[in-house]
Design a protein around this ligand. Structure first.
Ligand SMILES: Nc1ncnc2c1ncn2[C@@H]1O[C@H](COP(=O)(O)OP(=O)(O)O)[C@@H](O)[C@H]1O
Ligand SMILES: [Mg+2]
Length: 377
């Protein structure tokens, strides 16, 4: 495994995502030319996160999962999973690596129909030899116990209902105790009550510290995961831009993210200085920034803290375009922001009056809060 230790590409954060896609493109060759299925995907998922991926049919969700599992390869870009460079693994290593690292659950269960339920669960253990032979059956039974199907261990999968088969598939995904579970529409073929039971299992696994990604059509289920990545036409719709300006359409959020320039600041670094000309609007995408308000006759300052999905530079956009406060990265860690020039913001807001209004209100509200903070002692 150490052969594939991830090379840090110096974003200065020192963070180590469990799943890290950088600049991933996927083209499919078709009769009518190349089809661009994934476009410049950057996605980081930390250990222990429970993430849902949503998007229309054909938007690229399964293709994205296939990049992470190594079932398919990116045309360009890098995919790191649990420190392995997946895009560089050869087929031989890939299968064993996958067996130990990932549990994969599919919409149509994909259990082998000619062997028993318990044999289906023992198969990954046989393949990866992670568990001593003597212990495999016991472990499989224990796993069936956790999905409440121990009574069905020696039946053929076809004797079980769809929901039961999916629970078997989840038990099978856990056979080698992988740190990561990947599920492609695991509830897509189940009625809502059964879907709920299956989702509850994923919830339990998340609570036990597994890193989980599920693709789902069900936005109500997606809302119950810690984080949702929206994919449209092969692109991740920036979740922080979406949070900052929720009234933008998906297309407008994509456009904003395209226009924006990603910038990184070291812990404590000054991002902008009070009194200077303002020409940029910022969305925080990682870490925390502090807004520092100078107070008349006093040397002390008051900091407002803004985390991911919060914005700054919007007040000056609507007013006199001179910075009214300084902004710096918090001492606690590096900060990443998306910088959007006022010209670009102007263009964007001209397409969404409701967003302009929302941002204007936010600016006025922040101004009122700041006045209050400056005034109080
Ligand atoms: N092997 C393939 N060859 C050509 N086109 C493909 C292939 N697999 C998927 N596609 C196309 O790529 C797009 C994304 O597919 P997919 O990732 O399966 O979407 P989703 O899972 O979001 O429904 C679709 O337009 C699909 O038709
Ligand atoms: Mg799919």
């Amino acid at each position: 495994m150490s052969l594939f230790t991830k090379q840090k590409n110096g974003n200065g954060s020192g963070n180590h995502a469990m799943i890290d896609l950088r600049g991933v493109h996927k083209y499919y060759k078709t009769a009518v030319g190349d089809y661009h299925a994934l476009n410049s995907i950057d996605l980081q998922i930390n250990a222990g996160e429970f993430v849902s991926i949503i998007g229309k049919s054909g938007s690229g969700k399964s293709t994205l999962l296939n990049m992470i599992t190594g079932i398919d390869r990116p045309t360009s870009g890098e995919v790191f999973v649990n420190d392995a460079a997946v895009h560089e693994l050869n087929e031989n290593r890939m299968a064993r690596w996958r067996g130990k690292t990932l549990g994969i659950v599919f919409q149509f269960f994909q259990l082998l129909p000619t062997i028993s339920v318990i044999e289906n669960i023992m198969l990954p253990m046989d393949f990866c030899r992670t568990v001593p032979i003597r212990e495999r059956e016991k472990r499989a039974l224990d796993l069936l116990e956790t999905v409440e199907l121990a009574d069905h261990a020696y039946k053929l999968p076809t004797a079980l209902s769809g929901g039961q088969q999916q629970r078997v598939a989840i038990a099978r995904a856990l056979a080698n105790d992988p740190p990561i579970i990947i599920a492609d529409e695991p509830t897509g073929n189940l009625d809502s009550k059964t879907a709920e039971a299956v989702f509850a299992l994923f919830n339990d696994l998340a609570a036990k510290g597994k890193t989980i990604i599920i693709v789902t059509h069900d936005s109500a289920l997606a809302k119950r995961t810690q984080r949702t990545a929206l994919i449209a036409d092969g692109e991740i719709v920036n979740e922080y831009v979406a949070k900052a300006m929720p009234t933008l359409s998906r297309e407008q959020i994509l456009q904003a993210a395209h226009l924006a320039k990603a910038q990184t600041y070291e812990a404590g670094a000054l991002i902008l200085d009070e009194g200077t000309n303002a020409d940029t609007f910022y969305v925080v995408t990682k870490g925390t920034v502090e807004v520092i308000l100078p107070r008349a006759n006093q040397s002390d300052v008051i900091a407002v803290q803004l985390g991911a999905g919060k914005v700054f530079g919007e007040m000056e956009f609507f007013h006199e375009k001179k910075h009214r406060a300084s902004v710096r990265a918090s001492e606690h860690g590096a900060v990443e922001v998306l910088a959007i020039s006022y010209d670009q913001l102007q263009e964007l807001l001209s397409q969404s009056e409701v967003t302009r209004e929302a941002l204007h209100q936010m600016a006025d509200q922040h101004e009122a809060e700041n006045l209050q903070k400056r005034g109080s002692s």
